[in-house]
Ligand binder design. Sequence first.
Ligand SMILES: Nc1ncnc2c1ncn2[C@@H]1O[C@H](COP(=O)(O)OP(=O)(O)OP(=O)(O)O)[C@@H](O)[C@H]1O
Ligand SMILES: [Mg+2]
Length: 587
Amino acid sequence: MFKEAFFLAKDNEKRLKFIFFLMALRGVVKIIPYLILYLIILEIITPGMDIGKALASMTNVSINSILVLTACLAIVFILINVWDHYLGLFTMKSGHKICYDIRMDLGNKLRKLSLGFFTVKSTGELNTILSEYVSRIEMFISISAPYIFSAIASASTMLIFFLFLDWRMAIAAGSAIPLAIMAFTYVDKVAGRVTRKREESLRRTNSVIVEFIEGMPVIKIFNQVTQRFHKFKETMTDFRDKNVRAVVSVTVPSIILLTFTSLSIAIILPVGLYFYFDGTLPLSTFIFILITAPSFSDSLAQSLFGYLHSKSPEGQAIKNITEVMQEKPLYEPVADTGIKNFDIEFRGVSFSYDTESILHDINFKIPEKSVTALVGPSGSGKTTITSLIARFWDVDSGEVRIGGENIQEMKLDRLLSYISLVFQEVILFNDTVMENIRLGRKDATDEEVIAATKAARCHEFVNQLPEGYNTVIGEKGARLSGGEKQRISIARAILKDAPIIILDEATAFVDPENENIIQEAINHLTRGKTVLVIAHRLSTITHVDQTIVIENGKIVEQGTHEALIKKEGLYKRMWTAHNTALGWRVS
Ligand SMILES: Nc1ncnc2c1ncn2[C@@H]1O[C@H](COP(=O)(O)OP(=O)(O)OP(=O)(O)O)[C@@H](O)[C@H]1O
Ligand SMILES: [Mg+2]
């Protein structure tokens, strides 16, 4: 667990080691007051004295020495407390710093993973990892681990000191350790099992919460509130029960463990008495060991308990974070050359999301500055083809090339700088209109943003928003219509001014006026670019340079509108169906 903590701390490894060292030192320093106490005892009871003499000689004790030692004791306590305060501050700050770095590392990692990763891990699960699990690491770094180190150092220093005073008493004090460790191993097994279940339940809980909130519109529309709430309640109940079980099931074993760690006192007393009456154990040593034994047991219990309590939850957190950190990012070359043109080419591309094959041996070429349309039934693989160009996923076999170069040999940032994507679904962030559009190019001036907005035919409706360009849209802001959102995303693409435009047309624009406005915006966006457009309304693509028809992940036809109509194949059938539907709309 400590090894993984160091792995996660990365550049902070030295800082972490320093904290652990300081805490171990803190554990050693903790016994200084006991040493002073020992000196005080020696002042009162000189070697060879028995209890009777010791009591009788109390009146002859050098008050001065005892006063000096007591003052030392007070000063040491003050120093230790001051040191504790600063050490606590330092470990807390370090914990926050290390966690900040871990969150940034995780964020950076997520940036470089393929979308595939996000379909395996739910939003709720990732949220748990980035917030709760990282916070647990912070607890581990700033509280549990230092505590464990300090306790282990205290217990060992005391044991060494006992050994130095009387080896037989040291063995008596240490004899509880194997028993405590045996009990510990047992508790550890029980705790491991119940906390694993609790963790699974926690992750499920977070997923259900996110799903419940995000899916609320759909849940309401389909009148599923009661059913969904039932699932919500079920998950919460399970989480509550797992939590309770996690606590209850370790209670009895923990008491057993505590008993074993306290056992050293029960052993020290009779053994000490025996050696004392035997005349081989000085009274001063006996009294000293008796006084320090509770603290020794305490440190022993603290180190074992500290480890036990942090091992499962914090170990789980470390394991999950490490898993994400070790996830393989998309391959990227160290350096790349530039490309000369923006032809797009698919060469024998096959692809599957999981095991089910989606695309089969796709071959086509889109010459620079030409327009290609992708058409085909729903689920045929059109969106998948476009996602491969932006490397949201990597191909299973074959190559996607831009300007003659395999896109896997390009740096990801450069590849993405060549492409503007306008998706079926528009994602808006909880920010102003201005900033949502500026996502297209972060260094664009306000004037450039406004020019792009005008070109995308958004200017008018943006001006009608309560605070114009400063209106917050997205998550909690103003609600926009589907067409308006689409135009915002076109404005972003216009602002980005990338040489390749990929358009995944929204299917649901029935309103002809909106349709015309969007078409105007698209015309502006695609002028002079290499364009790949997924079209659902065939009438908008009769003029394009070539149309590729996809069915079940294969190219079944390819050519101009006229050529395809003559073929009497799938395109022709789709065209007839489209016109019939238009006829319905007119009538
Ligand atoms: N993230 C994913 N994970 C697994 N399978 C997926 C994923 N995305 C799409 N698929 C599957 O791949 C196939 C092709 O989907 P794709 O989205 O490319 O279709 P499409 O042609 O764009 O359809 P539409 O016209 O409805 O947008 C479908 O069978 C779909 O279920
Ligand atoms: Mg699609």
